[in-house]
Design a protein around this ligand. Structure first.
Ligand code: 45D
Length: 318
């Protein structure tokens, strides 16, 4: 038997994924725009960990400068309207422009607004704003998540703001050239000596995405958390250039087993740090690799784990 993308997706089926993340996002999306903005603001300001301003160096904010300047010059009422429009997915020029930003530009855009809100340059959430009972419940659910999962919720919400049509493909992407070459290092993963997996981690950490993508089979696929798989080397490379600068992969342990048709399945657990929070937040992750008989990556699924306890669940006990 040989693997298909579909069957590859279900390797290591015992992996417990953080289902609370999409559940909270879904509940959030039912709220009014005012409630959404206020809830996000409360969550963001009480997260207890602040964004490292250095992260902004990873982001090419030039793409968002015009829009940000425009917002800065608006009246407070207009500023609030723009923010509500973004949350409501309205069809406005700013909402269309926003949808064209890559993930990091979207995050950088809100980071800039949050700084301006704190400085009184952009309209703040009204003092004493009372969340509706439903919104309070969602905020409570968000508070109960692990730090890394809270960030994943925020990121997911921010990515999906704005107005995008089905035919609109993002034109403005995050930087194509790395801000600074990352130093090369060799990871060690307890229980894993597979060269493909080790090289994957090392190349990703060095932001050497060409080399990372060369490890994939021509029809290989990478599945980010809560997203559909990205298929083919060109697509994966474009994705990495847009989304992966500044990530720090910290794999800890793994297990390797033979699979059908001469394939090998390898599960690695560990953490990833985002440039936004540096070493203050580690997101608990699993990488589920399926290597073909030529030891190329046929599939790698990256999942946010349900809890830190899952780091130890390597599927050894059956
Ligand atoms: O006023 O091996 C609000 C892959 C609204 C690649 C706001 C990966 C109200 C392959 C929005 C609240 C990428 C898949 C203001 C690995 C308001 C691979 C501002 C995984 C002002 C390992 C809000 C990587 C702000 C992973 C500023 C899983 C919010 C990476 C900022 C995960 C939120 C990265 C930020 C995550 C969130 C980053 C900066 C989850 C960042 C999250």
């Amino acid at each position: 038997m040989t693997f298909t993308l579909d069957s590859a997706r279900s390797i290591f089926p015992d992996t417990q994924v953080a289902d609370a993340v999409p559940a909270v996002v879904q509940a959030f999306n039912q709220l009014s725009a005012e409630d959404q903005l206020a809830l996000l603001w409360f969550a963001y300001t009480e997260m207890g960990t602040t964004i490292t301003p250095a992260a902004m160096q990873v982001v090419n904010m030039v793409f968002a400068e015009n829009t940000l300047t425009q917002i800065k010059q608006m009246s407070a009422l207009e500023q609030t309207q723009v923010m509500c429009d973004l949350v409501n997915h309205m069809d406005t020029p700013i909402c269309r422009t926003y949808s064209n930003f890559g993930t990091n530009i979207k995050l950088g855009f809100w980071y800039q607004l949050s700084e301006w809100m704190q400085q009184g340059i952009v309209a703040p959430i009204p003092k004493g704003y009372q969340l509706s009972p439903e919104a309070s419940e969602v905020l409570q659910a968000l508070r109960q998540l692990e730090g890394g999962q809270q960030l994943t919720v925020l990121q997911d919400i921010v990515i999906n703001m704005g107005f995008a049509t089905a035919t609109m493909t993002p034109t403005v992407k995050d930087p194509i050239t790395p801000p600074a070459a990352a130093p090369r290092a060799n990871v060690a993963i307890q229980g894993i000596d597979n060269q493909t997996v080790l090289s994957y981690m090392d190349n990703m950490n060095a932001f050497d995405f060409e080399a990372a993508v060369a490890l994939f089979a021509a029809e290989g696929a990478l599945k980010p958390p809560f997203q559909e798989p990205i298929v083919g080397r060109d697509q994966i490379l474009a994705y990495m250039r847009a989304e992966c600068y500044g990530l720090n992969l910290l794999p800890e342990q793994g297990v390797s087993e033979p699979a059908d048709g001469g394939f090998t399945q390898i599960k690695v657990t560990g953490k990833v740090q985002t440039p936004w929070f540096g070493d203050r937040v580690g997101i608990n992750l699993a990488w589920r690799f399926l290597l073909n008989p030529e030891s190329q990556i046929f599939f790698v699924g990256i999942d946010v784990l349900a809890s830190a306890k899952e780091l130890m669940n390597l599927g050894l006990v059956r």
